[in-house]
Design a protein around this ligand. Structure first.
Ligand SMILES: NC(=O)C1=CN([C@@H]2O[C@H](COP(=O)(O)OP(=O)(O)OC[C@H]3O[C@@H](n4cnc5c(N)ncnc54)[C@H](OP(=O)(O)O)[C@@H]3O)[C@@H](O)[C@H]2O)[C@@H](O)CC1
Ligand SMILES: Nc1ncnc2c1ncn2[C@@H]1O[C@H](COP(=O)(O)OP(=O)(O)O)[C@@H](O)[C@H]1O
Ligand SMILES: [K+]
Length: 505
């Protein structure tokens, strides 16, 4: 499932029209019909449906939807909310088709004319503005959106809720608050970004007959179950523990043994062959009973906090995860710097490890082996010197820029997690729920990611699978024995078994 900007979507439409000879108005017919086919699951013929039609091609889709649903026997009131002079090209063609089919079309000139219809509607369909929306809502459309939002009716948006831009990083002051959005051809970035995704409600993408072989390949995609099934590392019958990777987890502090313990247990539960946990000795005594399968390496410490370099040959490991529960004391800085320079296998840095990284990003950039950073927006904002709101409103832009600049994989965590490769390719993980919004979930994720990196030949596949396993486990547990309220990070670790069992390997 591709994720596009407005400009990329226009390019796709252009390529479709130029390369395959598909006419714009045919695409519009396909789009409108695909939306109707999807909406039939949501609508009933007893409902009073009002469709709001704008002047651009989104409005063009609206004319097709109105005609198609009317032909099917739905009770539709179609309102054109812009003057006739605004309806041109393909939209004008489809407006004529609607009228020539013998159906009425109402023209809105003042907001009072539509009040009664909106108040009495069971469903309001917004086909006013799509990817061509610019700036803030204005004129009559702004009033129509405000009045629609006040109604009890079920609100459906076509492609985008009017008032929401397709791209990220743009403030929205008012927009159609959809319960459901039927997205055309490809997910628009704003469906995945904090300040705009709330307007979409639930959503689905419909296919409109674009010539997929001719389209430019997209660098942004939603990672899906089929992708995970395809890429999941196979476990050969004659494998031995060395085949599944030897991992090292570094972190912990005397007053925070839980983080690293959870990461370590999650790594073991996710299939790693061998695991060593390096932590201050005073933390190890509390971690060890929880991960009997691991071996331990005491780190030099000062009052329960790591102090100094690591005293082992780190080239013996196939993957290293660093930072969980380590604390942010200056004395742990040396350890982070040491590992960034010495680890010759994939190195994942999370939590307090990220905090120590800001002034040694130039060393990260010099690494020739993969580096994976797994910040939440607060940690990422600190790393890139931006505010958290700037990051969450333009996460695709900032994580791509960061990954490309420093040559790292970035896992920007949140309700929508964005995974970016050093070459700028991005995958989006949509799994999980608010049961994960608790301390410890991220530690479990780091452990899972380390294990998947140890077992996969592709870092990107490993990160995508790991995020999906983490999120699906939360979903599965909150559908069965847990709720989003009581779910703990430790429950997640024990729930991994059920998720892994759903992969047939
Ligand atoms: N072949 C294709 O391209 C296909 C496209 N498809 C569909 O087309 C959609 C894109 O269509 P689009 O490019 O015509 O833009 P669109 O979203 O209708 O907006 C333009 C209109 O909005 C108005 N307007 C703008 N800002 C405004 C504001 N702040 N407040 C108020 N009004 C504002 C602007 O008015 P103006 O600025 O001219 O006064 C103009 O009238 C896309 O989302 C998909 O649904 C599908 O059918 C598949 C094939
Ligand atoms: N509302 C949510 N919906 C889905 N996933 C969430 C939500 N809140 C948090 N998560 C996930 O939970 C994890 C939290 O990680 P993090 O913030 O590092 O937690 P901690 O450091 O406290 O363990 C991330 O994987 C994130 O994607
Ligand atoms: K719309």
């Amino acid at each position: 499932m591709d994720v596009v900007t407005a400009q990329e979507m226009y390019e796709w439409d252009q390529v479709a029209i130029e390369s395959s000879g598909l006419e714009g108005k045919l695409l519009m017919e396909n789009a409108g019909r695909a939306v109707c086919f999807d909406l039939e699951k949501k609508l009933s013929k007893h409902q009073k449906i009002v469709i709001l039609i704008g002047g651009g091609n989104n409005g063009g889709d609206g004319f097709v939807i109105a005609r198609t649903l009317l032909n099917l026997g739905y009770s539709i009131e179609a309102w054109q909310v812009v003057p006739d002079s605004k309806v041109e090209g393909g939209s004008h063609f489809h407006k004529r088709l609607l009228e020539n089919s013998g159906f009425p079309l109402y023209h809105l000139e003042q907001i009072t004319e539509i009040r009664e219809s909106l108040v009495g509607a069971d469903v309001i369909i917004d086909a006013m503005l799509g990817i061509g929306m610019k700036g803030r809502l204005r004129g009559l459309i702004r009033q129509v959106v405000a009045l629609s939002n006040e109604q009890e009716a079920f609100r459906i948006a076509v492609d985008l809720p009017s008032g929401v831009p397709a791209d990220e990083g743009i403030d929205v002051d008012q927009a159609f608050e959809a319960d459901y959005t039927c997205i055309i051809a490809a997910v628009k970035i704003s469906a995945l970004v904090e300040n705009t995704r709330v307007y979409y409600g639930e959503w689905n993408v419909v296919e409109i007959g674009l010539p997929v072989k001719k389209l430019p390949s997209s660098t942004r995609k939603v990672w899906q179950w089929e992708d995970a099934k395809r890429a999941f590392p196979k476990r050969r019958a004659n494998s031995h523990k060395g085949s599944h990777g030897k991992g090292l987890i570094v972190g912990g502090a005397a007053n925070m043994p839980g983080s690293i313990a959870m990461s370590a247990r999650a790594t073991l539960r996710s299939g790693a062959g061998l695991l060593t946990v390096a932590a201050p000795g005073s933390a190890i005594q509390n971690v060890a009973p929880y991960v009997q399968e691991a071996t331990f390496l005491p780190l030099q410490e000062d009052s329960g906090v790591v102090n100094g370099q690591i005293d082992t040959d780190v080239s013996n490991y196939d993957g290293v995860a660093l930072g969980m529960g380590m604390g942010r004391r200056l004395k742990s800085h040396k350890l982070v710097e040491d590992l960034v320079c010495k680890v010759e296998s994939p190195l994942l840095i999370d939590a307090d490890g990220l905090y120590q990284l800001k002034d040694i990003l130039h060393l990260v950039k010099e690494r020739t082996n993969p580096t994976v950073l797994t910040p939440h927006p607060g940690e990422f904002a600190h790393l890139v010197d931006q505010s958290i709101s700037t990051i969450v409103n333009a996460p695709f832009y900032y994580s791509r820029k960061f990954s490309e600049t420093y040559g790292v994989y970035t896992v920007l965590k949140g309700p929508v997690t964005i995974i970016t490769a050093p070459d700028g390719r991005q995958y989006v993980d949509l799994t999980g729920n608010a049961g994960l919004a608790k301390g410890g979930s991220g530690d479990v994720l780091s452990g899972i990611l380390l294990a998947m990196m140890l077992q996969s030949n592709s870092i990107m596949d490993a990160l995508n699978i790991g995020c999906m396993v983490h999120g699906l486990t939360a979903e599965m547990l909150t559908e069965s024995e847990h709720s989003m309220v009581d779910l703990l990070a430790t429950d997640l670790i024990e729930g991994l078994s059920q998720t892994f069992r759903t992969f047939s390997f």
